[in-house]
Structure formats: C-alpha cells, structure tokens
Design a protein around this ligand. Sequence first.
Ligand code: IPD
Ligand code: CA
Ligand code: CA
Length: 275
Amino acid sequence: MTSSPALQPDPRALLEVAVATAREAAELVARGRATAAEHVDVKSSPVDVVTAVDRASEELIVGRLLAGRPDDGVLGEEGAAREGISGVRWVVDPIDGTVNFLYDLPAYAVSIAAEVGGEVVAGVVLNVATRELFTATRGGGAHLSSPARPEPVRLAGSSPVSLEQTLVATGFGYRVEQRRAQGAVVAELLPLVRDIRRHGSSALDLCSTAAGRTDAYYELDLKPWDHAAGALVAAEAGLVVTGLPGSPFGEPMAIAAAASIAAPFIDLLVELHAG
Ligand code: IPD
Ligand code: CA
Ligand code: CA
C-alpha cells in the first residue's frame, strides 16, 4: 500500500532528514580517509573499487533513515535494497567518487535522494572534503552552502554563448571496452569545445554544472545512486536535464547542460555517436 497524495510528505521535511543524515555520514567518511587504502575490494572490474568506509557509510545512512522513517524503502549502491510501504524510497550513494577518496583528491561526496511515488523530490550532495552542501527540492530550487558561506545561495547554472565556449565535464565507466569507446568520443569532442573535465564524481559533476563551474556534463550508464540527488540539483538550477533524443535521462545517457547550448550540445553528442 502506498500513501495517498494528501498524505505525501513535504519534500522540505525529507530534505531535512537527508541533510542531517548526510552530515553524519560525512563525519564517518572523513574519519576513515587516512586508513581508506587498508580495506579495498574490487567490484565490476579491477578499477571499480569499494572500501570498508563505503560500506560503513551506507550502513550508517540506512540505519539513520529507517530509524526515523521505518516504513520507507531504500536503494543503496553497496547492497541496501528494501521495499517500503510509505511511498518514499531513499536512493543512496554512500561515497560517490571512491577513487578520489582513496587518493585524497577533494571531490568525493555523500549523495542521498528521496523519491516519492518513483519521482525524486529532494536531494542532497555533500562534498566530504570541502563540506560544500548542494541541496534541492522539486519546485523549490537548488542551493549551495558551505562552512565559508553558510547562507544558502540559489544556483542558476551558466549561459555560454557557443559550444566553443562550453566547458564540458564527463566520466567513464569501469569496463575496458566501454572506456575505449568513451575515449574515442572525447577525442572528437575536445577540439570543438572549450575544454574537458573529468572530476571523478558524477554527483559532484551534476552539482558543479548546476553551480556554473562547468557548462555541460554527460555520461553513459550511470546508476540511480550516481545521479538521483545531483540530477534534481541540476534540474532545479534550470539546466536541461535529459537523455539523447527519444530517451529519458540516464537511459543510458545522462545529460545536464546550460539551456543556452543544450540543443547544439545534444546534436553534437548524437553526431559523435556518444550513446
Ligand atoms: C562513480 C563516479 C564516477 C563515474 C562512475 C561512477 P563511485 O561512482 O561517479 O565519476 O564516472 O560512472 O560509478 O563508484 O565513485 O560511487
Ligand atoms: Ca557513484
Ligand atoms: Ca559509490
């Protein structure tokens, strides 16, 4: 049984829960940084790593969420999968950017999204290294705050005037064949745009584009936990968040682009057979 529309929770209340939980998880992840390399396993390929801290972070997040909201469902990268009965499902990436986490590159984040009836209505992406906090609620805008700037700033992306002036972020999957194909697309794209960035965290890529730090982002074959919170931040910042023509976002291509260049950018991805 799912809740009726009248009983659906307020996205702002769900966001509050998500932010408090993400802050706790970020403390745990930060404490685990120094010894992260001591407990590393591989998953889908030798370059797809998971640490004991990823697992501990997911355990903490799921425990906290369900302690407060025991009827909710959960989907987490490290195995959490629970059907709920409330109509709310949490989608969790306990560390997005695990390779950065291992190397102490300051771009790894806790990402928590709340879906109601299958639609993401609230999301938080908290960069553990910088403590930048990206948040969004559906219809309520996207915001960024940080210890240096605690007052949330509303995000509105960027407005590049042409593809030549578009700074593009992307990422690569973990399978060798796919990486080869993705590298070939980037080789074609690079001479046509301002430059390419590969930050190593899809959640932060989406949020950085929302903040206008990059102008467009695309990546193939993300998982729901990679993009659930970040895509809402990007959409609420006014970006075009979509898939390739005829396909929804993330199936299989995830695109978030400044509205000013979204159409030619998508055309270019089609031309380069990026999908
Ligand atoms: C990965 C990161 C990376 C992206 C990969 C993701 P993980 O997530 O978001 O930027 O390129 O596709 O799997 O493994 O660090 O949680
Ligand atoms: Ca991820
Ligand atoms: Ca992860």
